[in-house]
Design a protein around this ligand. Sequence first.
Ligand code: GCV
Length: 671
Amino acid sequence: MFNSTNYTKCWLNYKAIDAEKVRECFANVILMSADRVAITAAEEYCEHMGAMLDAKIEYSTDIEYEPAVCLQVEEDDDCDALTNQSFYIEKNEDSYAIVGKSGYALLQGVYAFLRMVYLGDLEKIDGQRYEFTPSMPLRIVNHWDDMDGSIERGYSGRSFFYDNYEMFYNDRVEYYAKLMASIGINAIVINNVNVHQNETYLITDRYLEIVRKYSDLFGKYGMKLFLSVNFAAPMELGNLEVSDPLDSDVCKWWEKAIAHVYEVIPEFGGFLVKADSEGRPGPFTYGRTHADGANMLARELKKYGGLVIWRCFVYNCGQDWRDTKTDRARAAYDHFMELDGTFDDNVILQIKNGPMDFQVREPVSPMFGGLKKTNMMLEVQIAQEYTGQQIDLCYLIPMWKEILEFDTFAEGEGSTVEKIVSGKAYGNKYCGMAGVINTGDDENWTGNELAAANLYGYGRLAMDPSLSAEDIAREWIRFSISKEDDIVDDVAKLLGGSWATYEKYNAPLGIGWMVTPHYHYGPDIDGYEYDRWGTYHRADLHGIGVDRTDSGTGYVNQYNEPWRNIYADRDRCPEELILFFHHLPYTYELKTGKTVIQYIYDTHFEGVEEVREMIGVWKNLEGRIDRRIYDNVLERFERQLNNAIEWRDRVNTYFYRKCGIDDAKNRKIFR
Ligand code: GCV
């Protein structure tokens, strides 16, 4: 059975603040709304402000009380899915008003206010109204939890939702909902996109009652519950011969199934679907398109206001390594571009950030600059499958910021991914970000204490991409580790440099993979080289890299200009991606004048040294931070150092043996 009782408060850990920061009004909170989520907002205020004032606070509905903090909901008929999430905070003499366009917006306003008080930022809004609308309409977390209790790509214990094909409701689940709401999440998919036999039954009476309890809990915080569904459910549950989306019996089956889900759970959010991907069933079996598949579900869900989130992670996972023309990177675009404009308006395509699969470095998926008449959502992986598995430190916010800031040139200059997935570019109502979550039943939720910064940062970034990665890190540290300036500086430095360090000792220059197959931690340079997954580095005695220009797979043509030309030109291609786009000789000179092989050697030596430096910085914190956190991170760092050494030596030796070129600095390379 999973650990449901022993868990930390994570970042939601308000402590008493200095007396001079306390204002008279803080303890007098007045709720002026009967909305269910507004009541949660008042309760959250009392709990966390109570912790800051070290006092018990109760809210009142008596508006005569002053000075006070007044919580209000001002609904507005013109609001849409995004603007009804807007709130403002205003100071009137000695009182504050926190006003949301909905209960959920008010709750987010309360969290923002609490943060300001705790972090000492409240003065900033004296004399001016602070108005806020989240950037992304949808800010979703995807659980890859299976009902046997395991988590696909989980690195922090077992699922705290399921065990042995049962689903549980307990305090930990309640606390989890609170944690998610506090960072601005507004939808949660509770089961793995790979929907196995038992999970297929989640939409049936076998589990719907307990799913409803979860939905009620999330609803209390203004969040929607979604389920991943099995495209072949009509066959597996309904004994139909097919799951063809154009078959009338199949449509009727879904009509009934969906009607029943909404009968039990009127607030249900909708479905997430992985179809025709890595062995999952889908419309291709019947010669149908993904629009046929998605729209079949969308039509039924629309009757109840539900959404279909349809993943674009569709590629041939049965490739022959000898075939150098088929390119997995091309697959999503090749399948989905021609369907642009044919999806129903309650369908959202969920697109992984890069064209491959959450590598430490990939170009941004060309889908974002391609599709124009389709709702899109950016999928990132908070769980560190390829980025150190929550053993190695890898703070991912800088990566996601780069992705959001990437200019697709879809509608000329300034068409950033952020504009597209926030709906600003094309006025889409349904879009946003989805993050594959990194939680499990470990006491600290995320295995490595510092990995919680990625989860916290994911929510904060999806709410407000204008925040810098450093600001997010510092904020998280002050809630989770310490408010002391030098400690905040040190930990922020560790987080801030960790992605770059990880990249240095990992697969070089955007080529990716080179990992232990299936497990995906630690090096195995040829692990996937002769396999069926379409993930090749093509290293030989002369050079390395995949030619994705016109002379190769032609993938570069999926980008808008100027990227198409930039990526195609090895002299202009961003160097961190050069081996993703080009097959280059080891002696090719990079802009620094360094050859590719020397770059590989140098970065791998540097990566290890940087990990050593990180450990030194961490060790200086001993005795100054919570022992549990200190020990947990130190133990992970020690494993990270071994991992970095293994990567360094295997990569360097592998390439030395391929090309026979010595390290210019004559360091130890095993022969
Ligand atoms: C849930 C990668 C992972 C799989 C994952 C898949 C996906 O291939 O290794 O574990 O499956 O992505 O995103 O569907």
